[in-house]
Each structure stands twice: as C-alpha cells, then as structure tokens.
Design a binder for this molecule. Structure first.
Ligand SMILES: NC(=O)C1=CN([C@@H]2O[C@H](COP(=O)(O)OP(=O)(O)OC[C@H]3O[C@@H](n4cnc5c(N)ncnc54)[C@H](OP(=O)(O)O)[C@@H]3O)[C@@H](O)[C@H]2O)C=CC1
Ligand SMILES: CC(=O)C(=O)O
Ligand SMILES: [Mg+2]
Length: 645
C-alpha cells in the first residue's frame, strides 16, 4: 500500500525548486493498513499516484511512522474505482471521510493554487499531467493572462467586488495573483489592502467563501501545536497575527479581522519577495465585544464577549510557544491590529525571546520618520529644529513619537527625555499633560509635559505652535478647516500627515489639506488619495503607510537569519526608505517614492536591515553576503510560472 506522509503536504515542492508539481514523497505503509482507492484502469499511472491517508483513526506522525487504531482488513486495493469513495454516492445519513483519497489527475492540478497555470499549461505539460480535455485547446502566456485579469477586474465598479475577484484568483492561481499584483501595484494595492480590505473585514462573514489563513480560537486552547500542524506548509518564515480588536480605524471586528493578516502577507510576497508558502496568516479568536457582530447571523467567529486577563494571556502564550517550537527561533511574528491595551504588553513580553515586531507601533514609526526626513529636505532644518504634535496617543502615535525622539537624541546627542519634550500628543481627553499623569496608560506617561490642560485641537495648535501635525486618532475629519488654517498660519510649509485608515477615518483628505493650506502643505496619508489640482499645480500626495517598511524589514530579518528585532533596524529601514526619494519625486511634492518601485525599495531596506543585524551580532546566517542588495534581490520570489518536467 502507498500512503502520502503527512509531512509531504508541508513541503511545497514546486516552490522549493522541484519542477514537478506532482513530486510528492510517497511512503510505504504496512500491507492492509490503509484503505486506498487509486486510479482505475490506467494502471501505468501508478508511478505518480497520490494517495492520502484514508483512515481517520490512523495517525501519521511527523517522523513518518504511523499508528493505526483500527484497521480495515477488507481494504480495497489500488486499481479499481469504488463507489464508496465518492461522497455524493453515500446515503445522506452515512458517515463519510471527506479526504479519503486523490489521484494523479490534472483535475486536482487545476485546483491546486500553488501549481495551477490555467490556460498557460503548454502542450507537453497537458500530456504529462493528464490535463487533456480538462482545458480548452488554446495555450496563452502568463502576460496575456495578466492582461485579461486586469481587464476583468477593471469591469467591477465596486471595490469590494475587485477584492473578491483578487481573493478568488489567489485561491485559484497563486502565481498569477502575485504577477498581477506586482505588475499593477499602484492600482491593486488599494484593492487588496487599505482602504478596501477594511470593507472586506467588515463584511467578512457575508462574503466568506473559502477559509484562508489559520483560525485559532479559545476552542483550540491546549491544542495549538496540533492546529499549527494542520497548516499545509512547514517552512514558515513570517506569521502575521491579529486578534481583531483594532482593525484599522474600524474597531473590534473579531474573527473577521482575518482579512488583515491575509492582506499584509500578500504584501510580504508582492512587495518584499517573501515566498507565499513561507507566510502564515493567523487570527486569534477570543470573542468580540462588537454587539453588531455578536448579533449577526453570518458572523464567523466565537459568539462571546472577549476573553481578557489570564485566559487571554494563556492562549497567546500557548500560541507564541508553539510557534517557536514548530518553526524555530527565526520565524518572524508580526503583531497586527491588536488593541493598545494588549499590543504594548505583548511586544514587551515577547521581544526578549522571539523575533517579533509590532507593525502598528514600530513599522508605522519607521515609515513616518522616513517621510519626515524627506520632508525636511523641502522645509529645511533638522528634526531637532521642529515641534511635533500628534492627534491620537495610541500605538501609532506614541510609537512614531518615540522613534522621532530616539533619532533626535542620536542626531544631536541629546538625552531621550529632553528630545521627547519636542513632541506633544493629544488623546480623546485633550493634550497629554503632567496633571493627568496618574490616570494615563503607561505608554502615554513619557509624553506628559508641563502644560496647562487643553481640550480643543485648534487651541493646542495655537498654543504649542507645531511645525508638524500628525493624525493617528482613527477618527475621520478631525483636521478640519480651522486646524489646517491654523497650521498654515504658523508655517510657510506645514507638514500634515493624516495617517488613520481606511480613507473614511483619515483626519483630512488630500484635497482639504492642499486647499485649506493654499497649496503649501506637505501632505501624506495612510490610505491613498488621488493627485489634487490646486491653482493650476498638481500635487501628488504621499502614502505614509507601514506597507513601505514591513515587507523590506521582514526580508532583511529573514535573509540575515536575525533572531531579534532592534530599534536600530527600524532606523536603518527608515533611512533606506528616505534615501529612495528622488528629486523628481520632490518636484511633484512627494516625500515617498512611488509604490511602483517597491521591490527595489524593499531590497534596499532589506539590505540595510540585514547589515544592521550583522553589525549588532543578531544575524545567524553566515558568512555575511558581500553585496546585500544583490542578495536581497536574488532572494525575492518571482511569480513567473515554472516549467514542469
Ligand atoms: N498609516 C499607517 O501606516 C498606520 C495607520 N494607523 C491608523 O492609525 C489609527 C490609530 O491606530 P492606533 O494608534 O493603533 O490606535 P489606538 O487605539 O492605539 O490609538 C488611538 C488614539 O486616538 C485617540 N483618539 C480617539 N478619538 C480621538 C479624538 N476624537 N480626538 C483625539 N484623539 C482621539 C485615542 O485616545 P484615548 O487613548 O483617549 O482613547 C488613542 O490615543 C488607526 O486608524 C489606524 O488605522 C495605524 C498604524 C499604521
Ligand atoms: C496600516 C495599518 O497597519 C493600520 O492602519 O493598522
Ligand atoms: Mg495595522
């Protein structure tokens, strides 16, 4: 008998270099141990028969051994089709095994997203892989497939429909999905990422078709290692994990937050070149406090209020421990869209033992610092010469503030505490000041300066007189006309960043920023805005989004075999990004390079992050590659089709 070893599924053979999409490892099991139905009459196909374990009671262990709890000695042997192998032949009340067997048919190849090429299978491959008749006769190139898909996606008027079409493609033909995304990054980024991914998460339950990513809920407590082993890939390098409590600026979306890790990881591949098979999206479901979802019949998550305290901490700890046990010390874990009452603590708790970073706190800080460094080339002065004001003092706000302070303290050799005084933050209760210190969350305390309490943002602007205003509140339209005009009265070129996502939560629009500042604002936003024409001049707003940073940062960590993330790596990533802004970009008012160059940008970020990892003694990949940019480029996943032998 032949059975497919469980670990075979964990090895994505096509991607790791084998050129045969069917080159699964076959394992012999003791006779009669497994009920198998292989191919029918065409027995000479047996060399490439794929047979999975058909006995739900038989456990195949990772070392390849198996234990059979109950053996059906009347097993059907290979060579005959049997009726009972088809679910729809079973009586309604009969129990069936949903994954009893499969055969080397082109039919399954066409449904395997990692290897499917659709009409791009050539004649030889159609013969070799039993595809004859399963495809219409025409053979087309991947480039033509891209053209056709773009044409089809552009027919949809509603962004969510484009998103669904992209997700369908990802599930059907992974390489085509990535080719499409890479070749059309500026057009498709807003579809697979902010703002559309926000809408998708809000409607996740009702648009849910096929599960993507790994869902780990309280039901899996005590079994997380086993759950991780259900994932079909073993060689995982990056995990993006959320618990869905702060999805963009949309709040608690519970289990429906899964759209975010999926979107972020598709950018790891498209923008940073990390192999898709090395990426694992995870949603930790501890319930939701979103009443609307709890009462929504289509909600896909646990229908209970959020677990907190010890119950929450234990589940997270089990997850973090299992991840390290299964994937090793060098797997990168990106925390994404956790609420701030957990985000800072998780980062502090796991930074010393795991390769972790929080994208909202650290990735955002790095991208904003890059934009500021670039903006100073237009505005003049050093960071230390400027005054910064934030609306929003959570993960993004305090994360950015801290990295700016760190950079100032390095640049002018100033104590960090002093550097922090150049930065003020406003939260939902007003300006953060000393008199509030006892009631402030711990991450706000360093920002409590000596100042009178002030509630209103315009009053704060007029009192502090910032040169830079940054929105990280998650509340849309909070930079109103009065605020932008106040900034413009104080500064010849006010720097205004509306970072909150999605577009509906942006503190102001690009048009508002340019119009109310009479074309003087240096503006960037978290979600994209179209270019704006004002007084005959076209302004191209920048997109200050951590998507510029995390793919390159991640690649740099992976390629150097880094075992910890260090603040200096975030600074290195930031500098690398700022260095990619050209005079041509500045001339258009841009302080970020265009996303269409993102793979080149990511290679530079990765190289500088890796260089820092080597410098800090945190890199384990030896010897250090001589040319890190070239090395990064060579490491990058190429979505072009492979030829199958
Ligand atoms: N562009 C990018 O790359 C990124 C953008 N973001 C966006 O930033 C936003 C905030 O994220 P994050 O920092 O993680 O969220 P948090 O919940 O951690 O922080 C939000 C902060 O905004 C404050 N706030 C809320 N309402 C108001 C208000 N009306 N006036 C003033 N302050 C207010 C909150 O005050 P209080 O503490 O009193 O409740 C809190 O300090 C989100 O929209 C997110 O999408 C986040 C990461 C990256
Ligand atoms: C971009 C991002 O990470 C956020 O808005 O949360
Ligand atoms: Mg985020």
């Amino acid at each position: 008998m032949i059975s497919l070893q469980r670990s075979c599924f964990l090895n994505n053979t096509g991607i790791s270099g084998s050129s045969s999409p069917l080159s699964y490892k076959l394992k012999k099991l003791p006779p009669a141990s497994v009920k198998v139905t292989a191919l029918g009459p065409n027995k000479d196909r047996n060399s490439s028969v794929l047979v999975e374990n058909s006995n739900p009671l038989k456990e195949i262990k990772d070392d390849g051994s198996s234990s059979v709890a109950d053996v059906d000695s009347t097993s059907t042997v290979a060579g005959e089709d049997t009726e009972d192998s088809y679910d729809d032949a079973a009586a309604d009340d009969q129990l069936v095994t949903p994954w009893s067997f499969s055969v080397a048919s082109g039919y399954s190849l066409l449904r395997d997203p990692h290897h499917n090429k659709g009409l791009a299978f050539n004649e030889k491959e159609r013969d070799a892989y039993y595809l004859r008749g399963l495809l219409p006769p025409t053979v087309i190139s991947q480039d033509l497939q891209v053209k056709k898909m773009m044409h089809s996606i552009r027919q949809y008027q509603v962004p969510l429909q484009k998103y669904m079409a992209m997700m369908d493609l990802q599930e059907l033909n992974e390489r085509l999905f990535y080719k499409l995304l890479i070749n059309n990054v500026e057009e498709l980024l807003p579809v697979v990422y902010t703002p559309t991914v926000g809408k998708a998460c809000q409607k996740y339950g009702s648009i849910f078709r096929r599960p993507q990513g790994l869902f780990i809920s309280l039901k899996e407590k005590g079994k997380i290692r086993e759950v991780l082993r259900n994932w079909p890939q073993r060689n995982i390098q990056v995990i993006v994990v959320t618990d869905g409590e702060r999805i963009l600026g949309l709040g608690d979306l519970g289990c429906q937050g899964m759209g975010i890790p999926i979107g972020k990881l598709s950018l790891y591949t498209a923008l940073g070149g990390v192999r898709p098979s090395a990426c694992l999206p995870v949603t930790i479901d501890v319930g939701t406090n979103n009443e609307k979802l709890l009462n929504d019949e289509f909600y896909i998550g646990l229908r209970q209020r959020r677990a907190t305290g010890q119950e929450y901490a234990e589940l997270m700890h089990e997850f973090m421990t299992a991840v390290k046990q299964i994937y090793g010390e060098k797997v990168l874990i990106q925390f994404e869209d956790f609420a701030n009452h957990n985000a800072f603590d998780l980062l502090a708790k796991y930074s010393p033992t795991h390769l972790v970073f929080n994208d909202d706190i650290q990735g955002t800080a790095s991208v904003v610092l890059a934009g500021l460094v670039a903006a100073l080339k237009v505005v003049g002065g050093t960071l230390a010469d400027h005054r910064f004001l934030f609306l929003g003092a959570g993960e993004a706000g305090t994360g950015i503030a801290e990295l700016i302070a760190l950079e100032i303290s390095k640049q002018v050799n100033m104590p960090l505490k002093e550097a922090r005084k150049k930065i003020s933050l406003v939260d939902s209760k007003g300006l953060i000041v000393k008199s509030r210190i006892d009631t402030l969350q711990h991450f706000k305390k360093p920002w409590a300066h000596d100042h009178e309490p002030v509630k209103n943002l315009v009053d704060v602007v007029n009192g502090i007189k910032p040169t830079v205003l940054i929105g990280t509140s998650g509340v849309g339209r909070t930079f109103n006309k009065e605020v932008v005009e106040a900034m413009s009265a104080l500064n010849e070129k006010p720097i205004i960043f509306s970072l909150s996502n999605p577009t509906s939560q942006s503190e102001c629009t690009a048009e508002e920023a340019y119009t109310w500042s009479q074309g003087r604002a240096i503006f960037a936003s978290g979600s994209p805005f179209d270019p704006v024409e004002y007084n005959g001049r076209v302004f191209v707003p920048g997109q200050a989004n951590n998507a510029y940073i995390f793919p390159g940062l991640g690649l740099g960590l992976i390629m150097s075999g880094a075992i910890r993330v260090h603040d200096d790596m975030l600074l290195a990533a930031s500098e690398a990004l700022a260095a990619q802004v050209t005079q041509e970009n500045f001339d258009k008012g841009q302080i970020y390079p265009p996303f269409r160059n993102i793979r080149k940008i990511s290679a530079h970020i990765a190289a500088d992050v890796a260089a820092k990892a080597y410098e800090l003694g945190l890199a384990t990949r030896q010897p250090r590659p001589h040319n890190l940019v070239k090395y990064a480029e060579n490491c990058m996943y190429d979505p072009g089709y492979q030829s199958y032998r």
